[in-house]
Design a protein around this ligand. Structure first.
Ligand code: HEM
Length: 413
C-alpha cells in the first residue's frame, strides 16, 4: 500500500484489519502535508461538500484544538464530516456542535450542575455498579460476551442514574444510543437507505423520554442532573426544553459508547500483553492511573472530530482556506511516533502520555473525562482483583469511521 492508495472516505477502508489501518495512518503521517479527501457518500445526506484535509499528526491536532475561533465546531457540526442537515441539528445540536458564545453558555450551565456533592455521589455509584457487574459474572460461571455483559453495563447505568432514568428504561436508551453511533453497522440499522430515518427516530424518542422526565422534575425536583438543569441555578440560568433534550442525547451517546469501548479495548490489550497485565496486578491501585491513560490512548474510542476554517490560516507550514474542512484524527495522533516512543506498544507505565483520546486542549475537551477515568479504573480494579484470570477473545468490530468500537467479544475465566 502507498499513501496514494488510501481513501479515508471509502467505507471499505474502515472494514480493513487493524494492522492495515495502523499502516495506512503511518503513511499519511509521513506525508509533507495533510492528505485531502473528497467527502464520503452518505445515503441520507444529499448535500456533498468540497472535501477535507485529514489532520493525522499530533502537532496539527493540538494547534487546531487550541484555536477554536479559526477551527470552528458550529459551522455544520463537529461530529459529521458532511455538514449536518438542519433537521438533524434539532436533536444532535448540543454544545459539541457549537462555538462560543452559545457553547460557553451551555457548558457553564452544565458544568455548574456537576456539583462536588453530585460528583461524589457518582463516584460511589460507580463502585457499587462495578462490583455488581462482577458479582453477576462470577455467579454466571465461565464465560460471557464481555461487551454487553460487562463493558456496556457500567457507563449505561451511571449515565442513566445521573440523569434520573429508571432501570426499566436502560434497554430503551442502550438501543437508541447504539443506533445513533452505530447506524452504519447493519447490526443496528439493517438497510442503508433507512439510516437517516432511524437516526431521527432514535433522536426524537430520546428527546421525548427526557422531556417527560424534565416536566416531572419541574414539579417534583430531586437531586439528579435533570432537576438541576431545568430549575434555575444561582445565577438564574437554566436550559430550555430543547437544549435539555439535545444535551441529554449528547450525554447518553458520548458517555456510553466511548467508555464501553475503552473498557472492551482495555480487556483485549491486557489479554494480548500478559506482561502488562502482570505488572498491573502487582500494584492494582498504584498502576491504575497510567494504565487507564494508556488504554484511552490506544483505544481512541472517538476516531475523529471535524472543524470548519473561519479564515485563511497557516498552521505548521500549511495553508488552510476559509470555508475548508479539517478532520482531526485523534486515533492517528495517539500513534504519532514523533510523540510516543514505540507508539504501538501497550505500556501501562508510559510517562509522559500526552494522548488526545479525550480531545485536544481547548473549549471542547471532554466534559466527562473525569467520570470516564473513574469508571475505567474501578471496572478494572474489580476485574483484576476478583477475576484475574479473565481473557478476551477476538473482538467483533463496529463498522464505523467515527467510533472505534467493539460490538461483541467472548471472554473466558
Ligand atoms: C473513554 C471515554 C470517553 C472518550 C474517549 C471521550 C472523548 C471525547 C472527545 C474526543 C471529545 C471532544 C470533542 C471535540 O473536541 O469536538 C469529547 C467531548 C465531550 N464528551 Fe467525552 N469522551 C468520553 C467519555 C465521556 C463521558 C463519560 C461523558 C459524559 C458524562 C462525556 C461527555 C462529553 C461531552 C458533553 C463532550 C462535549 C464537550 C464540549 O463540546 O464542550 N464523554 N469527548
Amino acid at each position: 500500500m502507498s499513501a496514494a492508495d488510501i481513501n479515508l472516505s471509502d467505507h471499505a477502508f474502515w472494514l480493513r484489519p487493524p494492522a492495515e489501518r495502523e499502516h495506512a495512518f503511518r503513511l499519511l503521517r509521513e506525508l509533507d502535508k495533510p492528505a485531502f479527501f473528497a467527502d464520503p457518500e452518505v445515503p441520507y445526506m444529499s448535500v456533498k461538500g468540497l472535501g477535507y484535509h485529514a489532520l493525522v499528526r499530533h502537532a496539527d491536532i493540538l494547534e487546531a484544538s487550541r484555536n477554536p475561533e479559526i477551527f470552528a465546531s458550529g459551522l455544520g457540526g463537529a461530529t459529521s464530516i458532511i455538514d449536518m442537515p438542519a433537521e438533524f441539528a434539532e436533536y444532535f445540536g448540543s454544545m459539541i456542535n457549537m462555538d462560543d458564545p452559545r457553547h460557553a453558555r451551555l457548558r457553564r450551565i452544565v458544568s455548574r450542575a456537576f456539583t462536588p456533592k453530585m460528583i461524589k455521589q457518582f463516584e460511589d455509584d460507580v463502585e457499587v455498579a462495578a462490583s455488581r457487574i462482577v458479582d453477576d459474572l462470577l455467579e454466571k460461571g465461565s464465560g460471557c460476551d464481555f461487551v454487553t455483559e460487562v463493558a456496556a453495563r457500567l457507563p449505561l447505568k451511571i449515565i442513566c442514574d445521573m440523569v434520573g432514568i429508571q432501570e426499566s428504561d436502560y434497554g430503551f436508551v442502550f438501543d437508541r444510543s447504539n443506533i445513533i453511533l452505530g447506524a452504519s453497522d447493519p447490526e443496528y440499522v439493517s438497510d442503508a437507505e433507512s439510516i437517516g430515518t432511524a437516526l431521527l427516530t432514535a433522536g426524537m424518542e430520546l428527546q421525548e423520554l427526557v422531556q417527560r422526565l424534565a416536566a416531572d422534575r419541574v414539579e417534583n425536583p430531586t437531586n439528579d442532573l435533570t432537576s438541576s438543569l431545568v430549575n434555575a441555578n444561582i445565577d438564574g440560568e437554566r436550559l430550555t426544553a430543547q437544549e435539555l433534550g439535545s444535551f441529554f442525547i449528547l450525554l447518553v451517546v458520548a458517555g456510553n459508547e466511548t467508555t464501553r469501548n475503552a473498557i472492551s479495548y482495555g480487556m483485549r490489550l491486557l489479554t494480548l500483553n500478559p506482561d502488562q497485565k502482570r505488572s498491573w496486578l502487582e500494584d492494582v491501585d498504584g498502576r491504575a492511573p497510567g494504565a487507564v491513560e494508556e488504554i484511552v490512548r490506544l483505544a481512541s474510542p472517538v476516531n475523529y472530530m471535524r472543524r470548519k476554517v473561519t479564515r485563511d490560516h497557516e498552521m505548521n507550514g500549511n495553508l488552510y482556506r476559509e470555508g475548508e474542512k479539517v478532520v482531526l484524527y485523534y486515533w492517528s495522533a495517539n500513534r504519532d511516533e514523533s510523540v510516543f516512543d514505540d507508539s504501538l506498544r501497550f505500556d501501562i507505565a508510559r510517562n509522559p502520555n500526552p494522548h488526545v483520546g479525550f480531545g485536544g486542549p481547548g473549549p471542547h475537551f471532554c466534559l466527562g473525562a473525569h467520570l470516564a477515568r473513574r469508571e475505567i479504573t474501578v471496572m478494572f480494579r474489580e476485574l483484576l482483583r476478583r477475576v484475574p484470570q479473565i481473557e478476551a477473545g477476538e473482538p467483533e468490530r463496529l463498522f464505523s469511521s467515527f467510533i472505534n468500537g467493539t460490538k461483541h467479544m467472548e471472554c473466558t475465566f
